[in-house]
Design a protein around this ligand. Structure first.
Ligand code: PAF
Length: 281
């Protein structure tokens, strides 16, 4: 697998592939790769001739009090994992390459970016929209693949790709989970042993609330019970537990269409998110 760090080198390789008529997939990441990321590479390989992965810890999507400086960085290990997964090209730019002196542009997506993580992390989705737009413009892939664990992010990306007429197909890939159901995340490394044990209550509670709502229970009571259960299990706080329209992310009080159940909760100082589909009977 080739590693490039500049936009010029990235473009040179992908332009050659395009001229040869090859179909190109992009898998954007922030590194600290786990099985969830490798499943995105696998999905990309099944749909394209060449797979480009990017590793860039994007400062523009971190808030002032967030974990930008301590976000895990392990490029050599990530490169080995990507190579083993059959990735063809790794784009690992510096912050200066992505945001040179004088950089002055922002992108803001309304609607789907409001509420849920958008409420707890102001500016986060603007930062995601900006970096993903840049990566799509740089690599000009046929398809780009993102995990459904960051389901709101996926909805934001689908929105601006359509709004800005970026000619790329966006594909969502299913959440990959640990044996006890915890969604894989680069931030799981922050958890102490005791916090990791508490964290396993997140997917269990989410599944229970999902089954209750899908079985016809009152949505507001099922959500309130779920919050109470998470706090009883040891979570320090629950940012949200909400039922929303699976496509528009509009909040739902009744299960009258394809929906998604979303949760964000804090264990110690670590914020964990998860979501599940909920289908009406
Ligand atoms: O999901 C992520 O890892 C990041 O938000 C992304 C899409 C790579 C943009 O920095």
């Amino acid at each position: 697998m080739k590693i490039v760090r500049t936009v010029a080198d990235l473009r040179e390789t992908v332009n050659d592939w395009r001229k040869a008529g090859l179909r190109i997939a992009l898998v954007p990441t922030m590194g600290a790769l786990h099985q969830g990321h490798l499943s995105l590479v696998e999905a990309a390989r099944a749909r394209a001739d060449r797979v480009v992965a990017s590793i860039f810890v994007n400062p523009k999507q971190f808030g002032v009090n967030e974990d930008l400086s301590r976000y895990p960085r392990q490029e050599a290990r990530d490169a080995e994992l990507l190579d083993g997964a059959g990735c063809h090209l790794l784009f690992a730019p510096t912050v200066e390459e992505m945001y040179p002196a004088g950089f002055a542009t922002s992108i803001s997506v309304t609607g789907v970016s409001e509420g849920l993580c958008g409420a707890a992390r102001p500016g986060h989705f603007d930062g995601v929209a900006l970096v993903v737009t840049k990566l799509l413009n740089m690599a000009r892939p046929d398809i780009a693949i993102f995990g459904e664990k960051d389901y709101q992010q996926l909805a934001v990306i689908r929105r601006f790709v359509e709004d800005l007429n970026i000619g790329v197909e966006i594909i969502g890939a299913p959440i990959v989970r640990e044996a006890d159901g915890l969604a894989m995340s680069s931030r799981n490394v922050y958890l102490s042993e005791a916090e990791r044990a508490i964290a396993s209550a997140l997917p269990k509670t989410l599944t229970r609330v999902r089954d209750q709502i899908a079985g016809g229970a009152d949505v507001a009571s099922a959500l309130a019970d779920g919050v109470r259960d998470l706090l009883a299990a040891g979570f320090a706080s629950v940012d949200y537990l909400e039922l929303r329209d699976a496509r528009t992310l509009e909040p739902l009080q009744t299960l009258d269409r394809e929906a998604r159940l979303f949760v964000a909760a804090r264990v110690g100082t670590t914020r964990l998110i998860d979501n599940l589909p909920v289908r009406p009977l």
